[in-house]
Design a protein around this ligand. Sequence first.
Ligand code: RTP
Ligand code: MG
Length: 139
Amino acid sequence: MAGNVTFTMIKPDAVKDNHIGGITKMMEEAGFRVVAMKKTRLSEERAGKFYEVHKERPFYGDLVNYMSSGPIVAMILEKDNAVLDFRKLIGATNPAQAEEGTIRKIYAKSVEANAVHGSDSDENAQIEGDFFFSADERF
Ligand code: RTP
Ligand code: MG
């Protein structure tokens, strides 16, 4: 493989607001290659499972409700140094603290509806990609 991978979701608000193309364009222009991509909707149960690591955090219930509130777009992206470079591209969790030119600065509405997810480690990128995609959906 040319580089390593990260996993991302375009979150429900950004999908509803027709920003799939704009956000994906920023990813491609930053050098990420789309390995796998699908539009789908998480049930509350699946969203709960995806965010199980945050189970004890105060925002967990709201996050699960939000992430199951409408369709999302899930993607596996490939690039050298994918996880760290992607987190730079998306910017801080809270859009008020996100740097100019980052995806969240441009598209996020709030700390919760912050447009995109990005894996926080190589290990989680694998786990999260496997959560959505089988081997024959990756190219
Ligand atoms: P993500 O996992 O979505 O890429 O975001 P992140 O690493 O920057 O933030 P994380 O701490 O993993 O939190 C996951 C998602 O939970 C929502 N959140 N809400 N209300 C709050 O204080 C709060 N804090 C986090 C956000 O949607 C965040 O992306
Ligand atoms: Mg996170």
